[in-house]
Design a protein around this ligand. Structure first.
Ligand SMILES: [Mn+2]
Length: 372
């Protein structure tokens, strides 16, 4: 008996729409998804440490009917694994859920096993003394905790469970859809060595205090801004030793990084605002900047030019501007207009070190006018 090596990925969401991005950028992101999946397969085929099994814990595709390009790419990567002796195990998720007659029935991915239908499945790989157990989702009963009354008997020395669902102890559902929820206590009771989870889009260690190692790898390539996607871009590479000892590490496969920056512009100068966004900007970043607060006039102008200024520094940047009230004082309020024009003139004339003070005067004065 030798050490078992595995690669665990989930939530590939191949063919995602990326509807928040312009069409060309969305196309490029879909290509990045395919590249990230191929990178995960490359890791499994690593000459020095090839994997024995490749696990996909749900949501291989973004939709129940995947686009043909994605479907054939997916199958070609599974073929690479199979041709090199790596056994692939797949469960559907809530996005690519199984229905009789769906593509899961029409397309036969070249995997060792696709666990499609609801219920407990067990697949023994005798040569590895390994059981792969799976609890594919039941779309008609997605609020049911599949672990609560589970009777799982394992007859081999080593075992892995595949499950797509919401880990309740994380505090919130990162995917907005609570799906086959379970708790850390449920995980702790499982008689397996490793739980290969899917559904959350960031990498999460769900290992209970006393129980099997359990991980969400997150999406290999981020598909949205927020909802865990800041921590996306990885797969889990792990091993189960002869004594059942499990070791895992995360491996980056993503090319791009999705980042959402929320900035209160109230006390920012144009320069400090630009620095806040630009400082840690990388070529392959997809960035959504949400500007709020109540900036001075100079910063408000700079905010509107931010996108143009920074778009060459990253793959894509979008800036939304939602400032409080400042524009809502009517221009026919002559006292306010006089005050504002006078302070803005001060801002132009004042030496650099005095400008923050005048910005503050403008802010406070505006607030005073607003509440008058
Ligand atoms: Mn999901």
């Amino acid at each position: 008996m030798s050490t078992i090596r595995f690669v665990h990925c989930a939530d590939l969401h191949l063919g995602a729409k990326f509807s928040m991005l312009p069409r060309q950028v969305a196309d490029a992101r879909r290509q990045c998804q395919l590249d990230a999946f191929a990178a995960a397969v490359d890791i499994a085929l690593d000459d020095a440490l090839p994997a024995d099994v490749f696990l996909i814990a749900g949501d291989s595709f973004d939709a129940a009917t995947p686009p043909l390009r994605e479907l054939s790419f997916f199958n070609s990567q599974l073929r690479r694994l199979k041709d090199n002796g790596v056994r692939t195990f797949i469960i559907p998720g809530n996005h690519d859920q199984y229905q009789p007659g769906s593509w899961w029935d029409r397309s036969e991915p070249p995997a060792e096993a696709v666990f499609k239908k609801p219920g407990l499945h067990k697949h023994i790989v005798a040569i590895l003394e390994l059981t792969i157990a799976a609890l594919p989702a039941d779309p008609t009963k997605s609020s049911v905790n599949l672990l609560r009354d589970l009777e799982l008997n394992i007859e081999t020395d080593r075992s892995i469970l595949l499950l797509h669902g919401t880990w309740l102890n994380f505090g919130r559902d990162e995917c907005d859809v609570e799906y086959h929820p379970f708790s850390s206590d449920d995980l702790a009771k499982l008689p397996v060595d490793y739980v290969a989870l899917g559904h959350f889009h960031g990498i999460r260690d769900a290992t209970p205090l006393d129980g099997p190692t359990a991980f969400y790898p997150g999406t290999p390539e981020a598909i949205a801004f927020g909802t865990g996607c800041e921590d996306a871009g990885c797969v889990i590479v792990g091993s189960i030793a002869e004594d059942g000892n499990v070791a895992v590490e995360q491996r980056k496969v993503a090319r791009g990084r999705h980042r959402r920056l929320r900035i209160d512009c109230t006390n920012q100068s144009p320069e400090s605002l630009e620095r806040l966004v630009a400082d840690d900007l990388a070529r392959d970043d997809y960035v959504l900047v949400e500007l709020g607060g109540m900036p001075c006039a100079e910063t408000a102008v700079a905010a509107n030019e931010l996108k143009e200024k920074l778009q060459g520094m990253c793959a894509h940047i979008d800036v939304t501007v939602e400032f409080n009230q400042i524009g809502e004082i009517p221009e026919d309020n002559v006292f306010f207009v006089k005050f504002r024009d006078a302070i803005e003139q001060k801002l132009v004339d004042a030496p650099e070190e005095d400008k923050p003070k005048w910005r503050r005067v403008l802010e406070l004065g505006t607030v005073a006018f607003l509440s008058a």
